[in-house]
Design a protein around this ligand. Structure first.
Ligand code: PHE
Length: 481
């Protein structure tokens, strides 16, 4: 979906940050989205992906259901939307991706941009691994293996433990992304997505309704929707915060780049709310599909919370499909194919962002930058994949954890909160919120400007510092909450 940035020749024009020049509106030669719909589609395409469909349900299941959902919704509609507005406007104001955008206000701010720019590289490397799992499921359903996939999860475990096969599917998923980014055929992907996204929603509604009709599923519904105060914890807050950033693709250098392709007459606030609304809606739908199904499979809330991790979707949905008898293979195939599409549009945005960052940062050609990204993502992707087989002795976060868990934790729970904090302090206190407010007002009235300013200057920094400090204290063993 990141394709509208390309000129007719399929290449992105060079972006040369010039600190002496100061922030200026995007150069007229910089390509732009064709309109608001194109921007919202691209932003939503980046946002809605595995984070929404695969990650949200297992986090909600793991962290006590309704309480997690409540905190997540609050974060999405306050901090999430505020950051989406901020990043888009910062990108449009400077006409640059994140390193250049920070450097535009002084060379000394470049390291902040560089720190944020490292995040999409790490995410892309493990995103490809989960994309590989989804791809493998598409093939397995096509081969009529519905019964094996539903087999109490043993099949998923056997699969990820098979190093060479997992590596092959990871590379296949990554290769499709690389080819799309290299050829600049996103126009087609964007159009395909116009059909695929609604199709995903329709199929998901059907699957959710079916899952909810199973005996025992209503307990799952109650667990997902009703907040239980006793479940509130610091870990839950950090997880909900990380999921807000991950789900919206903010605090990861992507929306600044996307904003830099946005035309001045497109309303930033409307786009931000539409993107957040879509992501929130599909997260909830994915939760309705997976969490009740997990209750049917696992019985109690404790069992669900204990057993919920990255494998949850891959374990419980095949069991739901299996109840459908003869139709299981067909439904499974269609469902995972649609998930694969949602994952591809997000993966494209990651690879696109990494490429434009290398281009900006190293001053290389687009081609050379893309090759560098391909090498890094593939090599690191192989290591992450093997974390489930030959490298499974590496358990960085304690017994049973994997390299993927580490990457996920380091980005979502550590680097992204720091990136968000740095961005808010930079805008709120260094360049001043007026910069962004003025940019937002170029296209439409910004009625929430006051609330947004308070959010960026005070609420977000205080919240993020509190979360970061308490999690450091906790990991040092100073406090125990
Ligand atoms: N938001 C994407 C998803 O939910 C993941 C992603 C994160 C994509 C960060 C780009 C950047 O799947």
């Amino acid at each position: 979906m990141a394709g509208n940035n390309r000129g007719a020749d399929g290449a992105v024009g060079p972006i040369t940050p010039d600190p002496a020049r100061g922030p200026q509106p995007a150069a007229p030669t910089r390509a732009s989205w064709s309109g608001r719909l194109a921007f919202v589609l691209a932003a939503a395409g980046s946002a809605v992906g595995l984070g929404t469909i695969w990650r949200f349900p297992y986090l909600a299941a793991h962290y006590g259901g309704g309480m997690f959902l409540l905190v997540f919704v609050v974060f999405m509609l306050t901090l999430g939307v505020s950051l989406l507005i901020l990043e888009t406007a910062l990108g449009r104001r400077t006409g640059m991706s994140v390193i250049g955008a920070f450097a535009a206000y002084g060379r000394k701010y470049r390291p902040i941009g560089a720190f944020i720019a490292a995040i999409p590289f790490i995410i892309a490397s493990y995103y490809a691994v989960i994309g590989g799992w989804v791809t493998r499921y598409v093939f397995a359903y096509a081969a009529g293996m519905a019964a094996q996939l539903a087999d109490g999860g043993t099949n998923f475990m056997t699969f990820v433990a098979n190093g060479p096969v997992s590596v092959a599917f990871m590379l296949l998923f990554a290769a499709v992304t690389f080819i799309i980014v290299a050829l600049g055929v996103n126009g087609g992907i964007e159009k395909a997505n116009l059909v695929m996204m609604p199709a995903l929603i329709v199929v998901s509604v059907g699957v959710a309704a079916y899952a909810l009709a199973q005996p025992g599923a209503l307990d799952g519904l109650a667990y997902l929707l009703l907040p239980d105060v006793s479940k509130f914890s610091l870990e839950l807050v950090i997880a909900a915060l990380g999921q807000t950033f991950f789900g919206l693709s903010v605090a990861v250098a992507i929306m600044v780049t996307y904003g830099s392709y946005m035309k001045p007459d497109v309303s930033i606030t409307t786009s931000a709310f539409q993107t957040a609304g879509t992501t929130l809606g599909i997260s909830l739908l994915a939760g309705l599909m997976v969490v009740p199904a997990a209750f049917v499979a696992l019985g109690s809330g404790e069992a669900v919370a204990e057993n919920s991790g990255p494998s949850l979707m891959f374990l419980v949905l095949p069991q739901v499909f299996q109840h459908l008898g003869a139709a299981a293979s067909a439904i499974g195939f269609v469902f995972f194919l649609l998930v694969m599409f949602a994952a591809l549009t997000s993966m494209i945005s990651l690879v696109e962002a990494c490429t434009s960052l290398v281009q900006d940062g190293a001053g290389w050609t687009r081609r050379r930058s893309l090759i560098a990204v391909i090498v890094v993502v593939s090599v690191v992707g192989v290591v992450v994949t093997l974390g489930y087989s030959s490298l499974s002795f590496v358990q960085p976060l304690g017994a049973g954890s994997t390299i993927l868990d580490l990457f996920d934790f380091v980005t979502n729970s550590v680097m992204m909160p720091i990136a968000a904090l740095a961005t808010c302090v930079f805008v709120g206190w260094v360049i001043g919120p007026g910069e962004i407010v003025a940019e937002v007002r170029r296209s439409a009235p910004f009625r929430g400007a006051k609330a947004w300013t308070v959010m960026v200057r005070y609420v977000a920094p205080v919240l993020l510092v509190a979360v970061l400090v308490s999690s450091v204290l906790r990991s040092l063993g100073v406090v125990s909450f």
